[in-house]
Design a protein around this ligand. Structure first.
Ligand SMILES: *Cc1c(COP(=O)(O)O)cnc(C)c1O
Length: 343
């Protein structure tokens, strides 16, 4: 029996302040406004490049690697899916944390790969030393982790990667731009490392569906082989052009990331002052609980008040809500509603 991934609510019944699916509160680069008018019919009439070569070249420039080290897909979810297909044949388990991105478990079931699951430490940090001991063909490690937001410093990641040379380490860096400890430079040194990133979060482009992987050329070829057995053109022509422009506007990217990070720190201080337990987050969301008030109640009451946050009715995480960092104004509304709910 397959268990599909449950995406966050995308309700349209009224206007919500949407802090439930980790989208960026800021619009994408203003450069994109002019782009659509510039699409002539030839862009849409012909098939796009099957290898997304122009975008891969731009990503390679930004990441300081070669084009042959970059693979692009229809969202990083697809890149993760193809990684499963390419690197796990089901003869040995895959290892990941018990509290992490739930798609890893969904994909493991889909591909019939046994999951060797390692509990987080009590402080929500990932137990890398335990993971290194586990029997498996490789790892999925979200860094910063979701839904906790907790980050793993680069030196700890390197120590871990170096300690498991026979196993592939897939570092899912969907939120890394809000942290700044990317493992991408290590891909030149370790052949067992694949880093996966996305345009959905820090580039405000969740709607375009584009993600990419960086790793040594042999791993990237493995991904291309899988893609070419499934879909020749996962990255369409519009997507490719949009992402190239987004990468070229580095200044805007840095500015919006800095705004999200400073707002994250302010929201965390305010939540702590309201009595919440909030692990230190390196992502664009906070994982917040306030026993004895149940997280379900906070989620439902906020929804009534027009603010959506994410709540999972699942063991280990049902005492917490995951709150995406919004704009300053959205944070102010959220805090006002929380104070009302708590009194
Ligand atoms: C959002 C997210 C993704 C998926 O990103 P897309 O590129 O939109 O498919 C992957 N991994 C983690 C940990 C995420 O939170």
């Amino acid at each position: 029996m397959l268990t599909p991934y449950t995406a966050g609510e995308q309700l349209k019944d009224k206007r919500y302040i949407k802090l439930n699916t980790n989208e960026n509160p800021y619009p994408p680069s203003p450069r994109l406004k002019d782009l659509f008018g510039a699409f002539d019919e030839s862009v849409l009439k012909f098939y796009p490049a099957p290898d997304a070569g122009v975008l891969r070249e731009q990503i390679a420039l930004c990441e300081g690697v070669g084009k042959e080290n970059v693979f692009c897909g229809n969202g990083s979810d697809e890149v993760l899916f193809l990684s499963f297909a390419a690197f796990f044949d089901g003869t040995r388990p895959v290892c990941f944390a018990d509290i992490t991105y739930t798609f890893y478990e969904v994909y493991a079931k889909f591909f019939g790969v046994t999951a060797n699951v390692v509990p987080l430490n009590g402080d929500f940090t990932v137990n890398l030393s335990e993971m290194a001991e586990r029997d498996c063909a490789g790892y999925f490690i979200a860094n910063p982790n979701a839904p906790t937001g907790v980050g793993i410093p680069l030196n700890e990641m390197e120590r871990f990667i170096a300690s498991v040379p026979e196993k592939i380490v897939i570092a899912d860096e969907a939120y890394m731009d809000f942290y700044g400890e990317s493992c991408v430079p290590l891909t030149k040194k370790y052949e067992n490392l694949l880093v996966v990133k996305t345009f959905s979060k820090s580039y405000s482009l969740a709607g375009i569906r584009c993600g990419y992987a960086v790793g040594n050329a042999a791993l990237v070829r493995g991904l291309f082989n899988m893609k070419d057995c499934m879909n020749s053109y996962p990255v369409d022509a519009v997507c490719e052009a949009v992402c190239v422009q987004a990468l070229l506007d580095r200044e805007y990217h840095e500015k919006t990331v800095a705004l999200v990070v400073s707002e994250r720190e302010r929201l965390r201080r305010e939540l702590l002052a309201l009595g919440f337990t909030v692990p230190e987050s390196k992502a664009n969301f906070l994982f917040a609980g306030r026993a004895p008030v149940s997280a379900r109640e906070i989620y439902l009451r906020l929804k009534e008040e027009g603010v959506l946050v994410r709540f999972w009715d699942k063991p280990l995480i049902s005492d917490f809500c995951r709150i995406t960092v919004g704009t300053r104004e959205e944070t102010d509304v959220l805090l006002k509603k929380l104070k009302k709910i708590l009194t």
